[in-house]
Design a protein around this ligand. Structure first.
Ligand code: HIF
Length: 295
């Protein structure tokens, strides 16, 4: 089990305090990004945690965060994962320092740290993922294609076991980060504060006028006023569909409702594909933010 593997590596079963140490290291390196993007590795670490988990297929019970298969080709080379070598590279020194932690635990814990340190909600998390092998790599095409619409979003997220409300709740994470031409072909941030976790994604989606950008790249939307923000076709689909849109409105109006629902959905996303028997604890933990520990 994950517990036994970690125990063998560390000589004792790692405890919440041990994982809190890893969390703290991640939290400290988030801002050591210098000129990289908006000065934080947080967004790309959130994307790594999600792409490691979002390959889950409930019918075959394959994929998900358990085996950290993105370490292997061809998964590392899947188009959807372009740019994530940066995130894996940022975490590699921590894997060396805390050799008892599995890659799946490290990547998902880093995503949690990135969200919490960006001012987002607490995301309950627990340890127990184990490192798998190349044979556990899932086929290409399991992650969403941003050029598509609502039907595709439903197909992809229903396959993971999520419902419409959860799709919209997760989508708010695009408050963080930006698109890169050399990774996805798309360009730009969704919000004016791409290193802060807020409900701004929903506010902007509802309240800005969005128009198709005229450019030599894939179809994406730009805000009419400043032309400095973007939405993907899949983001825009959330206000083209009546049922999705209702939930977008609810999260735009109530950030604490968004935080609560996002936290639940993202925590579940990170646990996809991990057998219950592997968890080191029956109830997930709440990791403390850096600032909570200095008070
Ligand atoms: Fe993203 N996402 N995502 N995403 N994503 C990108 C970047 C980020 C989709 C497409 C893209 C989620 C859902 C979907 C983050 C987090 C989450 C990019 C740009 C694309 C194209 C990549 C690049 O060029 O660097 C699609 C189609 C999704 C289905 C709706 C999740 C909910 C929003 C699950 C989620 O948590 C983050 C963070 C980034 C920013 C990465 C960065 O490097 O800044």
């Amino acid at each position: 089990s994950g517990k036994q593997a970690a125990k063998a590596a560390v000589g004792k079963t790692p405890k919440l305090e041990d994982y809190q140490q890893v969390y703290n290291k991640v939290a400290q390196l988030l801002d050591e990004a210098g000129d990289y993007d908006d000065g934080s590795y947080g967004p790309v670490l959130v994307r790594l945690a999600w792409h490691a988990s979002g390959t889950y297929d409930k019918e075959t019970n394959t994929g998900g965060s358990n085996y950290a298969t993105m370490r292997f080709n061809p998964e590392a080379l899947h188009g959807a994962n372009n740019g994530l070598a940066i995130a894996r590279g940022v975490l590699e020194p921590l894997k060396k320092e805390f050799s008892w932690i599995s890659y799946g635990d490290l990547w998902t814990l880093a995503g949690v740290a990135a969200i919490q340190e960006a001012g987002g909600p607490k995301v309950p998390w627990r340890a127990g993922r184990i490192d798998g092998f190349e044979k556990d790599v899932t086929p290409d095409g399991r992650l969403p294609d941003a050029a598509q619409g609502g039907d595709h979003l439903r197909n992809i997220f229903y396959r993971m076991g999520f419902n419409d409300q959860e799709i919209v709740a997760l989508a708010g994470a695009h408050a963080l980060g930006r698109c890169h031409v050399d990774r996805s072909g798309f360009e730009g941030p969704w919000t004016f504060s791409p290193t802060s976790f807020t409900n701004e994604f929903y506010n902007l989606l509802l309240n800005e006028k969005w128009q198709w950008r005229k450019w030599n790249g894939p179809k994406q939307l730009e805000d009419k006023k400043t032309k400095s923000l973007m939405m993907l076709p899949t983001d825009y689909a959330l206000i083209q569909d009546k049922s999705f849109k209702k939930t977008v409105q609810a999260y735009a109006a109530d950030e604490s409702l968004f935080f609560k629902d996002f936290s639940a959905a993202f925590a579940r996303l990170l646990e996809l594909g991990v057998p219950t028997s592997q968890w080191v604890t029956s109830t997930p933990w709440e990791l403390k933010t850096l600032s909570e520990q200095t008070e």
